[in-house]
Write a protein that binds this ligand. Structure first.
Ligand code: 0WD
Length: 254
């Protein structure tokens, strides 16, 4: 029963119950998916454990994408427990808070590298490992933001990372298409999460979207989750390399 019945998926990037990854995980679980969640460090483990229990999900372990051994361990763990997976959600991004304010031109080389590595390269790193566990095809989904396409105040180096992430979606889609693995992104409108709280003037961005998006409101993690279902389930079986906006239509006016 359900759009995701019989499907198993790994969801990376749940930090708490406000995380977009949690909204997607909830939507998948409600449609019958079996889930595995990763967490970044012990502090987040405490938050993720009860969410995993609520979703009947297994914990696939600690994963910091800057530590390839932790990535390998997570995928080895999944392979051991499940053998294969049908989908993967990548909802991971990071940049130094000090540089999500002010001007892009002031980005340091260190934070540029870190931001691009964690927010962009990590999708490729997980796709390399997921490919081996998606023998009969699969669906990989990442999260991006409109700041990849247009200048946005304070988004700075994260906008550059998201532009590279969106290009990665297209290249990965071409590489993995012959094996029936689809790679897509949801470009979500602004949502108040832990990661978003690091962005300068975020409340103003939310308000601006409320006033100017065609639907005259912001989106919720539940709405992002429901749209993600289309790309993760067989409903989206003909779709790959796509950047799907779930943003109350803001991208047509902004
Ligand atoms: O407005 C928003 N919130 C939008 C977010 C609009 C459009 C897109 N997005 C994207 C983000 O850029 C990100 O890619 O959605 C994705 C999920 O972000 P979120 O749900 O907004 O934020 P959050 O709940 O904080 O989850 C992101 C998590 C991290 O949380 P914190 O806040 O502790 O950094 O990404 C994970 C971590 O759990 N993460 C990592 N995971 C593994 N290794 C790493 C890392 N090195 N760094 C961050």
């Amino acid at each position: 029963k359900g759009l995701m019945a019989g499907k198993r998926g790994l969801v990376m990037g749940v930090a708490n119950n406000r995380s977009i990854a949690y909204g997607i995980a909830k939507a998948c679980a409600a449609q019958g998916a079996e889930l595995a969640l990763t967490y970044q460090g012990d502090a987040l483990k405490k938050r993720v454990e009860p969410l995993a229990a609520e979703l009947n999900a297994i914990l696939a372990g600690h994963c910091d994408v800057t530590d390839s051994a932790s990535l390998d361990a997570v995928f080895a763990n999944i392979q051991e427990q499940w053998g294969n997976i049908d989908f993967l959600v990548h909802a991971i991004a990071f940049s130094d808070k000090d540089e999500l304010d002010g001007r892009y031109i002031d980005t340091s080389a260190d934070n540029f590298n870190k931001t691009l590595f964690i927010s962009c390269y990590s999708l490729t790193a997980v796709a390399q490992r997921a490919e081996k566990l998606m023998g009969s095809g699969g669906s990989i989904l990442t999260l991006t933001y409109y700041g990849a396409e247009k200048w946005m105040p304070h988004y700075n180096v994260m906008g550059v990372a998201k532009a590279a992430l969106e290009a990665s979606v297209r290249y990965l889609a071409a590489d993995l298409g012959p094996q029936g693995i689809r790679v897509n992104a949801v470009s979500a409108g602004p949502i108040k999460t832990l990661a978003a709280s690091g962005i300068g003037d975020f409340r103003y961005i939310l308000k601006w979207n409320e006033l100017n998006a065609p639907l005259r409101r912001t989106v919720t993690i539940e709405e992002v989750g429901d749209s993600a279902l289309y790309l993760l389930s067989d409903l989206g079986r003909g779709v790959t390399g796509e950047i799907h906006h779930v943003d109350s239509g803001y991208h047509v006016v902004g």
